[in-house]
Design a protein around this ligand. Structure first.
Ligand code: NAP
Length: 277
């Protein structure tokens, strides 16, 4: 690849038309007046490996990865960061000049930055965190919370075995509670996180009883469509500080953009507006 090539990046998934990443990265490219393009790439399962091998040769400097390939890319990458290994999934790929593919996961970073930006005095060590769900996103959240020193992470998931697996991987800081008792874990929680897909447009509502929400607790939902989920509305009524899931999506994109295009982009009101367009 010659130095004069215009850097390309994109998001790989299938389907991909729903992804907000293209409008987000294009907003940053135009805001900072940078040369570069960011495109959505719909890839069939059987083509994934070939596509990944070809992209660096075509001038791609990296890519985001979304459903259903976040786990699969770990099998194809040449190098995997420790946090992507721990989480078991990657959302950001870096293509080195020699064609080697590095897989990283920035979801946990995005999750923490979103809370820090919206609740600047958030202290992760102040009390337990209640996490609903134990899918891929929950693994990133639990990894991030462990890293910043949350003393206890109380986890509840419809499929208990998935939560137990998470406990096995993340150690004794994690306590698992049956899904039927999920409402109880909110009572002592300083932080409540919904990592299930419940509450999202087109999905059932989160039916967990929310009476236990504590005034002053920080409540965040990874679901960002709608922006204000029923969980966040109820939490607001209960006097909690609420953080919607869009900010996580924006912040998780920052490290990739900086690596590929050379500028650390700001996450501000204009960025949110661009992602919502
Ligand atoms: P996933 O691996 O498929 O996990 C889905 C989770 O939702 C599991 O815990 C699953 O429980 C639970 N769930 C689904 N339907 C349920 C139901 N009817 N009742 C109870 N629990 C149910 O998905 P993911 O990748 O973790 O993503 C989860 C959500 O986070 C999605 O809405 C995704 O869009 C969002 N997300 C947002 C961001 C962001 O940047 N804001 C980043 C990543 C993900 P079981 O294990 O029992 O199936």
């Amino acid at each position: 690849m010659t130095e004069s090539r215009i850097p390309l990046a994109g998001v790989i998934g299938s389907p991909i038309s729903h992804s907000k990443s293209p409008q987000l990265h294009r907003h940053w490219l135009s805001t900072y007046g940078l040369r570069g393009y960011y495109i959505p790439i719909d890839v069939a399962y059987e083509d994934l490996e070939n596509v990944l091998r070809m992209m660096p040769k075509m001038g791609f400097v990296g890519a985001n990865v979304t459903i259903p390939y976040k786990e699969k890319v770990l099998e194809l990458a040449d190098q995997i960061t420790d946090r992507a290994t721990l989480i078991g999934a990657a959302n950001t790929l870096i293509f080195r000049k020699d064609g080697r593919v590095i897989a990283d996961n920035t979801d946990g970073f995005g999750f923490l930055e979103n809370i820090r930006q919206n609740v600047p005095d958030w202290d992760p060590t102040v009390g337990p965190a209640a996490v609903l769900g134990a899918g891929g996103a929950a693994r990133a959240v639990v990894a991030a919370l462990s890293e910043v020193g949350v003393s206890e992470i109380i986890l509840s998931n419809r499929t208990r075995v998935r939560a137990d697996r998470l406990k096995q991987d993340f150690g004794k800081r994690v306590r698992v509670v049956d899904w039927v008792q999920a409402g109880n874990i909110l009572e002592d929680a300083a932080l409540v996180v919904n990592t299930t897909s419940l509450g999202m447009v087109g999905k059932p509502e989160l039916r967990v009883p929310l009476d236990g929400l504590q005034k002053g607790a920080v409540v965040t939902d990874l679901v960002y469509a709608p922006l204000k989920t029923q969980l966040l509305l109820r939490a607001e009524e209960a006097g909690c500080r609420v953080v919607d899931g869009l900010g996580m999506l924006l912040h998780q994109a920052v490290p990739g953009f900086e690596r590929w295009f050379g500028i650390r982009p700001a996450v501000d009101a204009a960025t949110r507006a661009a992602a919502l367009r």
